[in-house]
Design a binder for this molecule. Sequence first.
Ligand code: N01
Length: 548
Amino acid sequence: MPEAPDTQQQIDTAVQSLDAVIIGAGFAGLYMLYRLRGMGLSARIYETGTGVGGTWYWNRYPGAACDVESVLYSYSFSKELEQEWSWSERYARQPEILRYANHVTDRFDLRKDIRFKTRVVSAVFDETEARWLVTTNHGERISARYCIMATGCLSAPKQIDIPGLEQYRGETYFTAYWPHDGVDFTGKRVGVIGTGSSGIQSIPIIAEQAKHLTVFQRTPNYSIPARNGPMTDEQQNKVKANYAELRHRQYNDWIGLVGGIEPVPTKIGNALDATPEERQAEYEYRWNLGGLYLYTSYQDLFSNPEANETVAEFVRDKIREKVRDPAVAELLCPKDYPFGTKRLCADTNYYETYNRDSVTLVDIKTTPIEKFTTKGLTVAGKEYELDTIVFATGFDAMTGALFNIDIRGRGGVSLKDKWAAGPYTYLGLMTAGFPNMFITTGPGSPSVLYNMIIGNEMHVNWIADAIDYLAATNRRTIEPTVEAEKQWVDHVNAVGEDTLFVKTNSWYVGANIPGKPRVILPYLGGFEPYCKRCDEVVAKDYEGFVKA
Ligand code: N01
């Protein structure tokens, strides 16, 4: 992970006082600043990067695009913004999403309250003053009543766990922090490690440029053609005329994938109640729609292995149709985990890329990469010489970015210690012993299993309302009770255990990071019931929270 660049800005080392510090200028942080400012509070965002956009600022790799339709993956808080902004494609690519983030920042005049090129290194709760002391890598110190961790779920890249990288003399790139000027692979022998969403999006484009591309695959993924394309004026107008209805459907769904331009039904019954012909027709319909809509068809796909196998085999057959070499096709077919229990991917020409003579797939499941050498890397005693290696190796999801900050609550207890056996939150929003510290889309909330922009909006609104409530009731702090937190964590785990997600080694359960406790990180109960629960808590005078 690159360090924050040196800053030329004048640093005030005296303690500054603010109502709120927000960490991170992604979509959560920007909206949080907007809300708090609207409430008349003094708030500032601290951001490591030189610009806004969070994940879309850092992940500039070739092919980076959102796999949720842009008309759904966009702010809903401003009806004017919805009408003013037009997406050029069904699935916006990273540059357009970054332009959108910048547009929002300027339109709502947020930039003046964002401190860029600044990493927050610690946040310590002062029990006497009931305030957070936040310290940056430049020595800035800020005392704030509220500390909002808008640090992102997939923002702390995984450290490389293969030996010898320091020996390698070629170029290395990480999809999670791609150079702003891009990378030219022309004439290069390139290796890509990792076949999750980032690898699957970047591999086809790297293959078009490289002299030779070698993909090192540990676990194949299920991927569906995105079928991206331009948004027509007619589609734009239709969406804009019906935005309120579209948002209504989106909020009232378990996962939020309700169709952007045309409604797409969700949870249409049980796969095992349908005939094989009906299932095939349903899967074909969703395959042809493109994107992630196979997720949302039958309601038993993630609870019943037999039901899941019907869609898993459907996708495998599609892979076999696309890839000419049967041995390569079989290697690309996921077989040892249920469909969708690792994040489903959406691609453009991913499987077709393996039909190129200039692309080689190397299975590193049975024989892992042994080490890097000066010229490349070795697998099963064979050296692969590479001019460039691209790491698409993922993230320390949902807790990594929080643990990169030394966060200490009551009694100096560190968050890392409190969460040593797995994250402990109430509603994924707060954790006991850390008063007035809020987490947006934190572990224990639907977060990564819902639309990140809308999920963040919902959390920001909840946090803003809680802050408002404290002011209105003349209180200084809010934090969960230990009992309420325990009950929520037990509920999150119980719901997770009823699904196939917990059976698969994925970042959803922390299995991608050596030594990370295996705990289901997102809440699998669905967005709509989750929102109802959050509303009930508020209606019952913030049930399960201590207010003081
Ligand atoms: O990361 P990943 P990602 N040796 O963790 C492999 C979101 N996202 O950046 O599966 C060899 O999915 C690892 O192998 P394995 C989305 O939520 C969204 O691609 O652990 N291989 C895996 O293949 C997504 O899920 C979008 O066996 C190693 C890969 O690296 C999340 O971000 C786009 C290895 C990591 O895949 C993360 O996606 C991009 C090792 N030592 C990302 N270590 C869109 O909206 C790791 N791997 C489209």
